[in-house]
Design a protein. Structure first.
Length: 322
């Protein structure tokens, strides 16, 4: 069964021939660009590779290997960037992403709950795929563990995508033929769906950012002054941590609050009075704001350290071992 890749019948044979001769290059480029951060989904290309494999012996295995290696290469570059640049690269990714500024918080929580298994499931979770490798580097995961678990996750993702295309090649081919018969109408509908999706994500991002910016913040010098004047100030560290990736340092006397397990029990033994000042190491203080909002819901006074632990160190203030 021939693969159909175009909307126009007169161009269909040409594009089919191009994919037949350069399909592996298309797979490698699509996966590499997506994993480097381009907003170009590669899963459809892997599905088409699975469809193509129904008529070409050995093509599925070659496409699987090419996709796995391309993903591993791109992820390795991001891991190196995270190791060298730390959370700066995460802040940059969140600024250029259409995801809300809470993206780092959510992915940190995933590492705290699942550890290295996060790298296995990362490519199946929107938003986690691009952030997991640099986050693993920033959190101090060893290169050997990263390469092994990330390679497993890349292979699983590529195998599933190519395998689904192979198993359902007849249905996918029928769908492509149906879309081809619609011509420009199908293309317009597809572009309309993409435009609506992007508009919704951008609106959501703007709404989340407005909520974050409205929350009251204190600079590092102001927080230090409060600590010197009052005895009821409680510093709250909300960065994700796990036995595999412990926190190396923290603000003096800070308590840790796990955002992945917020409950009444999380505050057991904590002071009932006083003021809580939360901090994190994430874009726009997203994690710290979430924690402060939750503390206020529990009847506590809470504000946020502007700029988190990075601003604290840049102000020349001391840290203690984690």
């Amino acid at each position: 069964m021939a693969l159909r890749l175009s909307w126009r019948p007169d161009a269909m044979d040409l594009l089919t021939d191009l994919f037949a001769h350069h399909g592996l290059i298309a797979v490698a480029l699509a996966v590499l660009l997506e994993q480097l951060g381009a907003p170009l989904p590669s899963t459809p290309v892997l599905l088409l590779a699975g469809v193509e494999s129904a008529t070409r012996e050995g093509f599925a295995l070659r496409a699987f290997a090419m996709a796995t290696l391309a993903a591993a290469l791109a992820n390795g570059l991001w891991f190196w960037a995270g190791r060298r640049l730390g959370r700066h690269v995460l802040a940059t990714l969140c600024r250029i992403s259409i995801s809300p500024d809470s993206c780092v918080r959510q992915n940190e929580a995933s590492f705290a709950r699942r550890g290295v298994l996060t790298l296995v499931i990362a490519k199946f979770v929107p938003g986690l795929s691009i952030l997991a490798p640099p986050l693993a580097g920033a959190l101090g995961m060893s290169a050997r563990r990263f390469l092994a678990w990330n390679l497993l996750g890349s292979a699983l993702w590529a195998g599933v995508a190519v395998g689904v295309g192979r198993v359902f090649h007849e249905q996918i081919d029928t769908l492509l033929r149906a879309l081809s018969s619609l011509g420009s109408v199908a293309l317009g509908l597809a572009l309309g769906v993409v435009a609506v999706y992007l508009a919704w994500r951008l609106w959501r991002r703007a709404r989340v950012r407005r909520e974050l910016n409205r929350f009251e913040r204190l600079g590092p010098v102001d927080v230090m002054a409060l600590l010197q004047q009052r005895q009821d100030i409680v510093l709250v560290d909300v960065r994700a941590t796990s036995p595999e990736m412990p926190l190396e340092s923290r603000l003096p006397g800070a308590r840790h609050l796990d955002l992945g397990a917020l409950s009444d029990a999380a505050l057991a033994g904590w002071p009932l009075a006083g003021e809580f000042i939360t901090y994190c190491a994430c874009p726009n203080d997203a994690s710290a704001v979430k924690a402060a909002q939750w503390l206020k819901q529990q009847g506590r006074q809470a504000r946020v350290l502007r700029g988190g632990i990075e601003a604290w160190t840049q102000a020349g203030l001391a840290l203690e071992n984690g």
